[in-house]
Design a protein around this ligand. Structure first.
Ligand SMILES: [Zn+2]
Ligand SMILES: [Zn+2]
Ligand SMILES: [Zn+2]
Length: 122
């Protein structure tokens, strides 16, 4: 679990330095080189702790689940963010989150944006 993606379900091994990261931001903060994009991604499920690989060129809906425990690991990421829009009309704003450092959930794709990466590389 990293500070960028609060609900990360997998760790991803970066193709460039072969270290494990929860998200691309973690890589950017700790490494001096840019993150290398690859079709062939290695993941470790945080739920069952097992590793698996995916080819992002052939990423389908069923690939959003851990092959070992069916953990849904591609999901809308919860990212911490200073709440600048307190006057938001969203009545579903979670009171817990407001109290908790005025953190507001922001929806965003996680997992190195695998689909985008595939588009870019393809
Ligand atoms: Zn790297
Ligand atoms: Zn991170
Ligand atoms: Zn799993």
């Amino acid at each position: 679990m990293c500070k960028h993606i609060l609900n990360a379900q997998v760790s991803i091994r970066s193709p460039c330095c072969r270290k494990w990261f929860d998200c691309a931001e973690c890589h950017a903060e700790t490494q001096k080189h840019p993150l290398m994009q690859s079709f062939d991604m290695t993941f470790v499920c945080k739920k069952c702790k097992k590793a698996f690989r995916k080819d992002t060129r052939e990423f389908e809906d069923s690939d959003e689940y851990c092959p070992h425990c069916d953990n849904h690991f591609v999901l809308e990421a919860k990212t911490p963010k200073a709440s600048l829009q307190v006057e938001s009309e969203d009545v579903r704003v979670d009171a817990r989150m407001l109290k908790d450092d005025r953190v507001q959930a922001e929806e965003q794709r996680t997992i190195f944006d695998v689909r985008d990466a595939a588009d870019r590389l393809g």
